[in-house]
Design a protein around this ligand. Sequence first.
Ligand code: HEC
Length: 136
Amino acid sequence: MSLSLKSIGSWSILMLMLMQFIPLKRINPPAVSDIQTPTVIKSSLKKACYDCHSNETRWTGIAYIAPISWLLSSTVSSGRNVLNYSVWNKQSSTKKAQIRRVIAQGSMHQRLYYTWNPDMQLTDQETKKLLRWLND
Ligand code: HEC
């Protein structure tokens, strides 16, 4: 049997179609103890971090198409595992220092996400305010 380009193409399309039926957990459990911050701080965190570090993930269109959906869903679950603003009472006391380090690094953290969603990146002003708040 020889595999022509055409048959590889058709098999790939079939595989992609079948992948869409594999169920995924794209759920947002309730935010039981959301972190308490001033409004400006909260809106920055919501913009730049909440998609992966809270139970308020914005699952957009692309999040429903395999295999991208698999990547997103696993990124969100590992993100929530290390840090979840929605269950702030369960986070260890060192979390604030870690957050500070990540914010100081800027867009190096999750570069792919910020390249894809440039609007979600923190402005210099927002970064400054966050760092000041995290220092308190
Ligand atoms: C696209 C998803 C995504 C976004 C957006 C995101 N993170 Fe993360 N973050 C992750 C994942 C996945 C991990 C765990 C694996 C790793 O370290 O890369 C993580 C790990 C972390 C950690 C713990 C590990 C470390 O490096 O100290 C902190 C703290 C953190 N993120 C803070 C933030 C903050 C603050 C923001 C917003 C400015 C943010 N993250 C935005 C996905 C994300």
